[in-house]
Design a binder for this molecule. Sequence first.
Ligand code: HSE
Length: 352
Amino acid sequence: MRVESTVGLCFAGFGNVGQGLARILVRKERELAERWGLNCRTVAVVTRTRGAAVSRDGLSLAELLARAERGEQLGTDRITPVEAALLPQTDVVLDVTPTNLKTGEPGLSVTRAALGSGRSVVTSNKGPVSLALEELRELARERGACFRFEGSVMSGTPSLNLAMESLAGCDISHVQGIVNGTTNYILTRMEEGCEYGEALAEAQEKGYAEADPSGDVDGWDAAVKAQILASVVLGSPISLDAVDRTGISSITRSDVEAAASRGRRIKLIARAARTAGGVSASVSPTEIPLAHPLAGVGGATNALTFTTDNLRDVTIIGPGAGREETGQALLSDLIAVAAAERACGRFAAKAG
Ligand code: HSE
């Protein structure tokens, strides 16, 4: 018999990704309850530019989505994201604030506060993961909370959880692939004859690009994903500075066309590998032959190959960016958190 419980959600942020998750929660409410045992009550949504809404009895996500689509304020409650995270009705904090790789804020403070009070955090925000992974994991362990961040790499396509859960028991020595949707989309569109600026504008319009797209085109986003893969999958924590990084901002349409005339394609390839001294990680535009499996990975699709001892190479290909695509990552982590917390009857045990 499935034991039902309701998870109190606090959305820190409600941009592309937060709305993507909200749409799925609204559309699949019944299926999530019946098939996955996930019943949610949204108790707070706090944004930087569109106000905040709080209700201990639950907000209507459909109504919040309609307001966001109309460009309206979501609410007029005066509350900070940290205060909302610590509301007695909040069980799980969804950190969907924009990534800031220098400070991690505002997500880092919200995540620290939530985990410190025993509340679980599910996030797609790469800043806190890049800057404070070990601290946040330790805090979660100490407080018996969950800290999950599948959406930080390859959006909803399983990557971190695939490596850590489905490939449990494998020794992974090397990870390589395409991990940034925006740049892969731009390179694909340039090969189709589009100008760089036009392709970037399309990627922004489709919700693939970071709030500041230089994070994508200068290779920072792929570099932080290589850092996370090295730290989590290869088990060797490294800093973002240790990733050798080159982006695609200097690649022109004629470079793309010249590569095509040689039967090759330019892809932004991220790598992380065990070395004798620890781990190495890099991101660079790389010309690959058309027959190479990564050459056929176009648009915002991503691909990662894990080189393992027990299975040799395991490759996963799927969406790497997008609103609902990243919302799916948060949803799968949320289902895992709800199952874990339900298993130990924990939803009432947090500090106020
Ligand atoms: N800007 C990122 C990308 C979003 O294009 O891949 C997903 O992390």
